[in-house]
Design a protein around this ligand. Structure first.
Ligand code: UD1
Ligand code: CA
Length: 484
């Protein structure tokens, strides 16, 4: 067995064609930065050591998974300069696999096949190539009479390639395997005498040939695996391909996706068997959807957990939330909320960070809840704001319940026991505690604790002005007579 390859992932380029303040390789591709795609492929292919080449701004700090190394290319002097920057990580006795941070869809299998081709081919370097209908912008592969690679000519700027070479449709994918020692020997010999005045990594191939080695081409038949992303048009194209593959993986595992062409399902989303994804859904980030759940149509779930058999209704946005089994959420906005099983939400509820609805709880229409623990089977059915509160089991808060949690300086908690019956239009002025099985009278402003089992009444006593209407009418008649 050959030593496992050292993998260099070139990711320090400026990505000017993206026209973005964000480095190209950090643009999102199905929920993760583009550069993580080749990183993951390399790890899955059994890489010994993965070294990512970053720019001096170290934009990739904190982005790469544990164990993946980062090295800095001091100036942006081309792909050859990027490889030079990683020279210290190259083991002369192991093969070196070079990947590009902007060629994201390369698979572990394709990497394995390339490594295999290199191992058996006996060439000094093996370059992955593919044949494109529209090769614009890619380096073209010039073959010699024996079929080996004679040269790669660049086409990004005019001046490197002849008109005949521009007709070539076989392109360099930017993915290569070298013997470590050979690459280490060639890198210091790169020169920048080309149209871009940069160090071109493919010049290593010329050097190898001059030294008498051969350079083999390994043709990747499925060009989709090796498409480069240089601008946002290519990013959208590659995203569509990645999304299609993600959807196919779920469908083959037993998920119904009604309209895969329109679905947005990030790469790390998990979906249980027999789940049904209706049109227009976005399942983002670390979202997990349970078995036989129904999602959509037009639902967005971000970093959320949706339990088995849950139903997330139309036009709902779910962000960083956890939704339990058989929960029903309709036309609502959920952000970092946790919904246990059999919860009912909406329509038109706004569940903010820290909202926890325990089993069977309900947040009804025009209800806002944040940083609150709503007990099992407790109900907040209508027109309420519950913030910084603990609400016990089976409690029912009437329409228009408000927790006055903020006194202008700091937040205070409202603690409401279990089995409480809150009258409509109750305000709880926190901090305040309500005992189990207590009641509040409608329209009460509760500023003092209510003991268990008591009725809290905190409103002005009603008094009726008898004969008021008649008196008004009489006054009006008199005014009319005086006026005429
Ligand atoms: C490169 C190849 C081209 C190939 C194409 C495949 C060279 C000179 N050309 O062209 O033959 O067809 O990829 O996609 O290699 N990078 C650095 N430091 C730099 C410059 C680039 O790390 O100074 C990184 C970039 O972040 C990127 C990769 O190298 O991930 C490729 O750079 P890019 O400028 O996109 O090269 P291409 O013009 O696409
Ligand atoms: Ca590129």
């Amino acid at each position: 067995m050959a030593a496992p390859p050292t993998v260099l992932i070139l990711a320090a380029g400026q990505g000017t064609r993206m026209r973005s303040a964000t480095p190209k390789v950090l643009h999102d591709l199905c929920g993760i930065p583009m550069v993580l795609w080749p990183v993951r492929a390399a790890l899955a292919a059994g890489a010994g050591r993965v070294v990512v080449v970053d720019s001096p701004a170290r934009a990739l700090d904190g982005v790469l998974p544990e164990g993946v190394e980062l090295t800095v290319q001091p100036q942006s002097d081309g792909t050859g300069g990027a490889a030079r920057a990683a020279a210290g990580s190259i083991d002369p006795d192991a093969p070196v696999l070079v990947l590009s941070g902007d060629v994201p869809l390369v698979s572990a299998e394709a990497i394995g096949e390339l490594l295999q081709a290199h191992a058996v081919g006996g060439a000094g370097a093996t370059m992955a190539t593919t044949v494109l209908d529209d090769p614009a912008g890619y380096g073209r592969v010039v073959r010699d009479a024996a079929g080996s690679v004679a040269q790669v000519v660049e086409t990004k700027e005019p001046g490197d390639a002849t008109p005949e070479q521009l007709e070539i449709r076989e392109v360099n994918t930017g993915i290569y395997v070298f013997a470590g020692r050979t690459l280490l020997d060639a890198l210091p010999r790169l020169t920048a005498d080309n149209a871009q005045a940069e160090l071109y990594l493919p010049q290593v191939l010329d050097i190898l040939r001059r030294d008498g080695a051969t350079v083999a081409a390994h043709v990747v038949d499925d060009e989709r695996l090796v498409l480069g992303v240089n601008d946002r048009v290519a990013l959208a194209h590659v995203r569509a391909l990645a999304q299609r593959a993600i959807c196919e993986r779920h469908m083959l595992a037993g998920v119904t996706i009604v309209d895969p062409a329109g679905a947005v399902i990030d790469v790390d989303v998990q979906v249980g068997q027999d789940a049904l994804i209706e049109p227009g859904c976005s399942l983002r980030g670390a979202t997990t959807v349970g078995e036989a759940a129904l999602i959509g149509p037009h639902t967005t779930a971000i970093d959320s957990y949706i339990g088995d058999g849950a139903r997330v209704g139309p036009h709902t946005t779910v962000i960083d939330s956890r939704i339990g089994s058989r929960a029903q959420v309709r036309a609502s906005w959920l952000e970092r909320a946790t919904l246990y099983d059999d919860v009912t939400v909406g329509p038109f509820a706004y569940l903010r960070p820290g909202a926890l609805l325990r089993d069977g709880a309900k947040a009804g229409t025009f209800v806002e809840i944040k940083n609150s623990d709503i007990g099992a089977a407790a109900k907040v059915p209508h027109l309420s704001y519950i913030g910084d509160a603990d609400v016990g089991e089976h409690t029912n808060l009437g329409a228009g319940t408000i927790t006055a949690n903020y006194d202008g300086r700091s937040k205070h908690r409202t603690t409401i026991g279990s089995g409480v019956r809150g009258g409509v239009d109750t305000s709880f002025v926190a901090p305040v505690t309500v005992g189990d099985d207590a009641y509040t009278a409608a329209g009460s402003v509760i500023t003092q604790d209510i003991p268990a089992g008591a009725l809290g009444v905190a409103r002005a006593r009603q008094h009726n002005v008898e004969g008021y209407t008649e008196r008004r009418a009489a006054d009006a008649d008199r005014d009319d007579e005086q006026g005429s």
